[in-house]
Design a binder for this molecule. Structure first.
Ligand code: GLV
Ligand code: MG
Length: 321
């Protein structure tokens, strides 16, 4: 089942690839994104969807996606496409697929419905039951209001994703530039939404991912928006263009200094609580006092660093040794 292992999947950059475009599906395999999601929803025209399901199956089975989390975004449950998307893709390529992304999730039942369908397919196909994870997109007011229940709806859930384009339309936000602040408002119009998603994700041990930034030629603006989400605690962001991937990977990784520090805190805490270290509940690391709360904070940073493949550059020295 899902759990700590899945939580550590890196998702700093989640790259969107239209499922109907073989050229993009080919190219995406060489990009340095942590995750790719092959899209059957909004990047895929309605008439192209039936063929795109099979194109995706072929590319998942025959492509080289080494080092990437492989996700397929299906259509949402208010359409008539969802069940066929899931059945075709998971029956055809379930062994080569990590998660299904469900868009426009409005309540917990929609996640449960996908969970049940996945279980039936896994049983029928002889796949390990529970192996395929779920990522849920929050893209409208109803989804946000229900996000706490949504985030707790299935042990398959790995990430909650903000979908700014659909969300802005859903609440009538007065901006047409997706991910940008609406004119005439001085504060951050996304703060409440992002925090609400982040709390629901963290309360259920899930990752929180920010959605797309559509001005794909403006990488500075992309970085500004990404930094805001990273500062709050988000784990990653969608990328729509290869030029957005490098900045996303950098912005959502801890700095080397923070990563080293976090690993030192974990070592120092483990030592001070051990028999050899005197079984103490707190200790000094240089001039800093650390305790169980410091360990928890350090775990988050070290988890992100390890998931990003970082290596530490400093070693813990036993005090007085
Ligand atoms: C993504 O799906 C969005 O609507 O922003
Ligand atoms: Mg959307």
């Amino acid at each position: 089942m899902t759990g700590p292992v899945n939580r550590l999947r890196p998702r700093r950059s989640c790259h969107a690839v239209p499922g109907s475009n073989p050229r993009f599906l080919e190219k995406a395999q060489g990009l340095p994104a942590d995750q790719v999601f092959l899209d059957l929803e909004d990047a895929c025209a309605p008439l192209a969807k039936p063929d795109a399901r099979h194109t995706i199956v072929k590319f998942l089975n025959e492509g080289d996606w080494t080092g990437k989390t492989r996700v397929v975004r299906v259509n949402d449950w208010t359409t008539h496409w969802t069940y066929r998307d899931v059945v075709t893709v998971v029956e055809g390529a379930g062994q080569n697929l990590d998660c299904i992304m469900l868009p426009k999730v409005q309540d917990a039942q929609q996640v449960v419905a996908l969970d049940l369908l996945l279980t039936q397919i896994e049983k029928t196909m002889g796949f390990e039951v529970g192996k395929i994870g779920i990522e849920a997109q929050i893209e409208n007011a109803k989804g946000l209001v229900n996000v706490d229940e949504i985030a707790a709806a299935s042990p398959r859930l790995e990430a909650i994703i903000f979908g700014p384009a659909d969300f802005m339309a859903s609440i009538n936000m007065k901006s047409l530039v997706v991910g940008e602040q609406p004119p005439g408002y001085d504060a951050d119009a996304y703060h409440y939404i992002l925090m609400r998603i982040l709390m629901a994700a963290r309360a259920n041990d899930l990752q929180a991912i920010d959605g797309p930034y559509l001005q794909i030629r403006d990488t500075d603006a992309f970085a500004t928006v990404a930094r805001r989400a990273a500062a709050l605690g988000f784990d990653g962001k969608w990328t729509l263009h290869p030029d957005q991937i490098g900045p996303a990977n950098e912005i959502f990784s801890p700095s080397q200094e923070d990563y080293d520090h976090a690993e030192l805190i974990l070592d120092a805490y483990e030592y001070c609580t051990s028999e050899a270290g005197g079984m103490k509940g707190s200790a000094m690391l240089g001039d800093e006092m650390i305790d169980e709360a410091s360990r928890k904070m350090a775990l988050v940073i070290s988890g992100k660093g390890r998931a990003a493949g970082m290596t530490r550059t400093s070693k813990f020295e036993i005090p007085g040794a």
